[in-house]
Write a protein that binds this ligand. Structure first.
Ligand SMILES: Nc1nc2c(ncn2[C@@H]2O[C@H](COP(=O)(O)OP(=O)(O)OP(=O)(O)O)[C@@H](O)[C@H]2O)c(=O)[nH]1
Ligand SMILES: [Mg+2]
Length: 201
């Protein structure tokens, strides 16, 4: 009998960076989006997940990702890196534009299989985070929380944070660190389930 090959990683290619909703790819591949506050680590997580350090642009200055970025995974589905929200120091006009882009994307994306919401392990869940979770639940979209930068706190404190987020938001939560690779395997599995339609949040 042929030995089964278990695929571990994702093969990922940059598709494009879009500033307007009409520019987004229109094919019927499913999409998994990454959302969260500016600087929470969305682009870093994506890079770590696919093992390509420079795929999505990263910066220590919040507000790096200003457009919607599509990445084709295994030629089967898309990862969508979304602009961060909640960063006050960006000019109001610019923030309004990202906000609108984000909202429009969430409202109009017919092929969104689910969303991964990132939360910094050292910060409180914000009203915007909660609003997003409620809105996604209202649409019946599976949502998964990831507590990022887990290397910044002790394991014990991270675990407590994970439990607190799970209770507060009522969604499955995974701790993650791009530095140590913690949570990578679990997140792989969760994303594969999401795309296969096995998750009902
Ligand atoms: N120590 C540590 N730093 C991290 C981790 N993840 C991200 N960072 C750092 O956090 C900063 C922001 O990371 P990004 O990935 O650009 O964050 P983002 O959510 O995409 O930010 P925007 O595009 O501005 O919304 C960078 O300086 C990263 O190096 C992590 O797991 N551990
Ligand atoms: Mg980013």
């Amino acid at each position: 009998m042929a030995r089964e090959i278990v695929k571990k990683g994702f093969d990922c290619k940059f598709t494009g960076s879009f500033f307007h909703i009409d520019q987004l790819p229109k094919d019927r591949r499913l999409q998994v989006a990454f959302a969260g506050r500016s600087n929470v680590g969305k682009s870093s997580l994506l890079n770590r997940l696919v093992g390509q350090k420079k795929l999505a642009k990263i910066s220590s200055t919040p507000g790096k990702t200003r457009s919607i970025n599509f990445f084709l995974v295994d030629d089967k589905f898309y990862f969508v890196d979304l602009p961060g929200y909640g960063y006050a120091r960006v000019a109001r006009k610019v923030r309004e534009n990202w906000g609108k882009l984000l909202e429009k994307y969430l409202e109009e994306s017919r092929y969104l299989a689910g969303l991964v919401l990132l939360l910094d392990c050292r910060r409180e869940v914000t009203g915007e985070d909660m609003e997003l979770v409620e809105w996604l639940a209202g649409r019946g979209l599976p949502t998964l929380a990831v507590v990022t930068k887990a290397d910044k706190l002790s394991r014990d404190r991270v675990n407590r944070k994970v439990s607190a987020v799970e209770t507060q938001l009522g969604i499955p939560t995974i701790p993650f660190s791009v530095v140590t690779g913690q949570g990578k395997k679990e997140l792989y599995g969760a994303i594969r389930d999401l795309v296969a339609g096995k998750t009902n949040a």
